[in-house]
Design a protein around this ligand. Sequence first.
Ligand code: PEP
Ligand code: MG
Length: 322
Amino acid sequence: YKKSLELLKGQASVTTDGKHVELAGNIGTPNDVDGLIKNDAEGVGLYRTEFLYMDRTDFPTEDEQYEAYKAVLEGMSGKPVVIRTLDIGGDKKLDYLQMDEEMNPFLGYRAIRLCLDRKEIFTTQLRALYRASVHGKLRIMFPMISSLEELLQAKAVCEEVKAALDKEGIAYSKDVEVGMMIEVPSAAVISDVLAKHVDFFSIGTNDLIQYTCAVDRMNQKISYLYNQFNPAVLRLIKMVIENAHKEGKWAGMCGEAAGDQRMIPILLGFGLDEFSMSPISILPARKLINSVSQADMKAFADKVLELGTAQEIEAFIAETFK
Ligand code: PEP
Ligand code: MG
């Protein structure tokens, strides 16, 4: 099996009937790029920039961030790199950033909400990102968008940053794609509208499951309710992909579900364009994708959606892919 995976290095990720997908990796630091190259990732689908801000005494400077983003973009030698803007709050705290105690931190002051409120933090990061964009193929992604207003505000800050760089004569790429995560149900529901204003979506199932099913993703006691095969979650995923495609945009996934061998057939059937996962899952995912046809997976996914519970869906998957 290991040998068959080795043979897949350098090969395309394409179904037997010709649907090409991008198999990308999730990373937390520039050091993780090595692991992606070793596993033949076709890009970075999620660079969680939080780690740049953690375990230190103050915010990283624009130059420090620029160096980190440049290292990742150069390390990937022109392959696409999705860098997510700061997703702090929820369970992730910074020692040097005073935050009020909240009753429900996961429903609170976090991610894009914090960035739009503390605009100087956001602006510094966006300046570093645009400056780094000349070193590769950058895609900027906003976390936790829950409304069109938030998306438009975040994009307006990008425009301000670019105008400032223009004025200062600092170069940046004009081809930077700007997209957003779909990890809040309200965003999934209006994804037809949001799709008009982005270059891409990336579905964050880790949070999408938690918010759709009202199940704390950290709470062991109710973890039996946290299931990616929940039919409500699957319907949202399908809808998001279709809404992206209607506007001619691509849809990816960077939550854990994207690398799951049982989930991949369904996602292929829904037409997902990009899968981002931990590096070790990439070659196994390619092996699976290269062995099935998208038409078959579409028929399979349609049947999956007729089922009413996650348990039935899991049983159906197990039976189909014995
Ligand atoms: C997600 O929510 O699916 C996601 C990829 O983001 P994180 O796990 O960092 O919250
Ligand atoms: Mg998330």
